[in-house]
Every structure is written in structure tokens, then in C-alpha cells.
Design a protein. Sequence first.
Length: 249
Amino acid sequence: MNRLTGKRALITGGTTGIGLATAKRFLAEGARVLVTGLNDETLAQARLALGGDAKVVQSDAGNVQDQRDLVATIAEEFGRLDVAVLNAGVGVFKALDQWDETAFDNLLAVNLKGPFFLLQALMPVLANPASVVLVGSVNAHIGMPTSSVYSASKAALRSLARTLSGELIERGIRVNTLSPGPVATPIYRKLGLPESALAQMEASMRAQSPSRRFGTPEEIAALAAYLASDESAYAVGSEFVVDGGFTTV
């Protein structure tokens, strides 16, 4: 399929996991793609994986000036932008009494402040029409212990999709939320848990899901491609939960 032929797309956090799978899917659907990441190693790996068909840019998703610099790069590379998938995020899970102000601010900077000011900076280059996809999480809907700050940040993104849809729709910009459930990505390895604790957590998640498995990044990328395409033109301020039934039980 070539649903995205001619479309110019940004994918933040596009060097691993869901972001990288989305970049590959968008390229296969005919889009021109620019992805961002922060880690030198994963940036190099993404350049190899995507080849010369995508531009890979280093950008700190939690730094507002980096967001403005990124928009300047987009304007130079593409001129205008048809699709923005704001996927960059971090997952930190701690009990209430383990949080301090620095850790709180760091998580909110990447998961909420960065996307908000990136979208603000993108306004001059977003085409009419344009599709913005905010990548949330089912954690916004469930009371998972130790997920308080992470879940709050994802709930805030879900709220932004609704409020900004009402604000931006006359400009031709649609904003929707894509909220995955447990997906097999490197994020869990970044939690710093011992292998035994990680295995126990993964087994518990599978047991809670009617599907009895984790999703794949490619399954999430397929929905991102739909939301980026003209097929989803009537989807405005909506949330698309893809979780194998995780939130149904």
C-alpha cells in the first residue's frame, strides 16, 4: 500500500521500538521521513536500519530549544510537514516516597513539556491538512503501582489531544492519541530491574492480558500509519487504545 505517498512525516523517538517500526512502515507507505533520537548508538543503528531513505537527527525531546532547532531542520529539509508522530518518551517507575523534584521534572520535560512546545513550534510548518499523533499509554487508564508520574504524563497527552483538536481543527490540524498496552520494546530493559524482577513483571503483564502476549512495535506502527493517512480524516481528538484487551479486564 502507498497511503502516505508524498507525505512528509516527523517521528520523534524514532530510533528504537515503536518509533523505528513506525518509520519503517511510513517509508514502506511512501512517506518522506525524519526521525529523532538522543543516544549516539541508537542514532547510528537507525541510520543503518533506515538507509538513506530517512533523515535521522539528534534531538533532546525534553529540551525546548532543541524542539525549535528541530523545526528549523524540518523547514530546511521538507519545507512543510504533513504528519507528526510525537512518540519520544521515558518510563520511570517509582513508589511515591522515592520521587524527588529533579526526577519528576525530567520525566515531565520529555513526556509532556517537550511535546507541547514542539507542537507549538511546528505550527508554522504544519500543512493544511495535517495529522498529529500523540503516543500515550494504557497507563493513563489503569492504577498500576509505581507508575504515578509516568501515568500522569500520558493522561496529560490524552487531554492535549482533545483540547488542541478543538483549537486547531479550523487550521486543518487533527490531533489524536495512540495508546499502546504492553509492547515488546527496549523500554523495559531501561528500567534497571534485575533479570528475575523483569521476568516476573513481564509474566504478570501477560497473565493480565486476554491476548496472553505483548504487542509488537509493528502492530502499533500499522495504526500510526492509518492515523497519518487521509483514511482517518474523520478521527479528531480521539484515543486509539491498542492493548490486546489489557484494559478490558
